[in-house]
Design a protein around this ligand. Structure first.
Ligand code: NAP
Length: 470
């Protein structure tokens, strides 16, 4: 009876996880989706705690308290811009936990086998996948965290024969796994060698990947962690782990594919290429090259242009997140709309540093969802627009992605910002964006550069338009 109730609870939890993912596919339903996911996790955890295999609760309660305290302390004051680092950190521990569970289970069944028990091929196969992917996810995510946080260099670290070594190690680990599936009582060192290869692979596979590609790598590692959990489910005969792991694994893989597509890069290119070598602090475009002239404008100049506009498109980017300018953007847009101006927001799929970054920030500032337009929906509108207000965006408005075949971002879909009558760019300096590539847009005749922190500039623009002679 208890077992049936637990399985029923797992079924409810699985349905809630699926509804969660469905909710996360649209900004309107996002919050509800998260809530359903949390509810599903609560149901799954409570049901698992009712299992008869659990004989003592002390360790579980202590672990829960320590984990929750650390989790709350880390997340409570974390700025949104640090979310990729935070996610990498969580995945690392998810991977480590999966590996440790796999090792504990292996020790248990191996001891049982020494006393006459049998080891099934399915169990050893599932445990092998679990520890290999889990250990790879652990060190890979720690490396991704270190690169994003600047603790280790964000530039690709490469050496001769690297790909051959990495692929060879992976094939070696698979061969060890295949041997153990064929002969389940194979010596234990083979299992532990696989764990060791997993830990090493996580390090050497992420080292050659540039910092700019880290969010895609994190999403891919998330997918591995899900597959490892799924394998754990087979080893422990837990339906909820199989279902939730499969959902995590497949959604992580789909997300990685969507992100790669939005950056016009293939997986192979991300894993073995060297795009994103730029330091995230940016490189001055003037460095080493001939100085180019650009139109540096004052707040009054920009306000005068906006005053005359009937149509404005706002293009937010990573700088809006850094400056936390989303409320100031909304206020300025509301002020313009009051004057009869039509304001739209153009949202690039990889603007910012994580998928949906701009949507989340603008939703927080109560910008209506129907004012947000995807790349495909809005790209033809720029040519009919009076002014574009670029708020801390750079790579996603770089025309070189369309025209310069030698540019590392060539082929990445970008907004046709340069086609608007006027372009007002808000950023602090002439530095490059995340890809480290110079942006020709900033030197166009119809572009005005208003240099300074985006939030401060937007507030000044709002006041200039409100108070004023305009
Ligand atoms: P970006 O190209 O990184 O440019 C952001 C700009 O914001 C910088 O040039 C910076 O210039 C400016 N900025 C920073 N702080 C500012 C502040 N306080 N006030 C005003 N401006 C500020 O950003 P993006 O156009 O959003 O493009 C995103 C990039 O990240 C793309 O290359 C994309 O491929 C990559 N990426 C994104 C994701 C994702 O999931 N979203 C994943 C992987 C990679 P200053 O320093 O001069 O101010």
């Amino acid at each position: 009876m208890r077992e049936q109730l637990i399985n029923l609870a797992y079924l409810v939890a699985s349905i809630l996880f699926i509804l969660c993912l469905r909710g996360l596919s649209s900004p309107e339903q996002g919050k509800r989706g998260i809530f359903l996911g949390e509810l599903g996790m609560l149901v799954a955890v409570v049901a698992t705690l009712l299992k008869t295999e659990i004989v003592r609760y002390e360790f579980i309660v202590v672990g829960l308290l320590i984990g929750s305290t650390i989790g709350i302390a880390i997340s409570a004051r974390l700025p949104m811009t640090k979310m990729p680092e935070r996610i990498a950190f969580s995945h690392a521990f998810g991977g480590l936990a999966t590996s440790l569970v796999g090792i504990a289970e292996y020790v248990k069944i191996h001891e049982a086998a020494e006393h006459g028990g049998t080891i099934s091929r399915l169990t050893i196969g599932a445990l092998g996948f679990e520890v290999l992917l889990g250990s790879l996810t652990f060190t890979g995510s720690i490396m991704a965290f270190g690169k994003l946080q600047g603790l280790i260099t964000g530039a690709p670290v490469t050496w001769q024969g690297q790909n051959v070594m990495n692929i060879g190690s992976f094939i070696g680990a698979l061969a060890l796994l295949a041997y153990q599936v064929a002969f389940p009582t194979a010596p234990a060192w083979m299992f532990y060698a696989m764990v060791g290869i997993g830990f090493t692979l996580g390090i050497v596979a992420v080292l050659p990947i540039g910092g700019a590609d880290m969010p895609v790598v994190i999403s891919l590692l998330n997918s591995y962690a899900g597959l490892a959990a799924c394998a754990t489910g087979f080893a422990l005969k837990s339906n909820i782990l199989i279902i939730s792991g499969a959902l995590d694994g497949s959604s992580g893989l789909l997300l990685s594919m969507l992100m790669s597509k939005a950056m016009n890069r293939s997986f192979a290119n991300i894993l073995f290429g060297a795009f994103g070598t730029a330091d995230s602090t940016g490189v001055s475009v003037a460095k080493g090259g001939p100085a180019k002239s650009y139109n540096e404008a004052t707040i009054e100049d920009a306000a005068a242009v906006l005053h005359a506009c009937q149509t404005v498109i706002v293009v937010p980017g990573y700088g809006m997140a850094v400056s936390q300018a989303q409320h100031a953007v909304r206020d300025l847009a509301a002020g313009l709309e009051k004057r009869g101006c039509d304001v739209k927001y153009a949202i690039h799929p990889v603007a910012g540093r994580m998928p949906g970054h701009m949507n989340v920030l603008l939703a927080e500032a109560n910008v209506p969802y129907d004012s947000l337009y995807d790349l495909d929906m809005i790209n033809d509108d720029f040519a009919r627009t009076d002014a574009v207000l670029v708020v801390g965006a750079n790579d996603v408005v770089n025309p070189a992605a369309k025209t310069d075949t030698s540019s590392p971002i060539y082929g990445m879909p970008v907004f046709n910002v340069e086609q608007a009558r006027s372009v007002i760019v808000l950023k602090r300096s002439m530095n490059t964006g995340f890809s480290g590539v110079e942006n020709e847009l900033f030197f166009h005749a119809n572009t005005m550069m208003v240099l300074g922190d985006a939030k401060k500039t937007l507030i000044s623009l709002f006041n200039a338009l409100k108070g004023d002679g305009h």
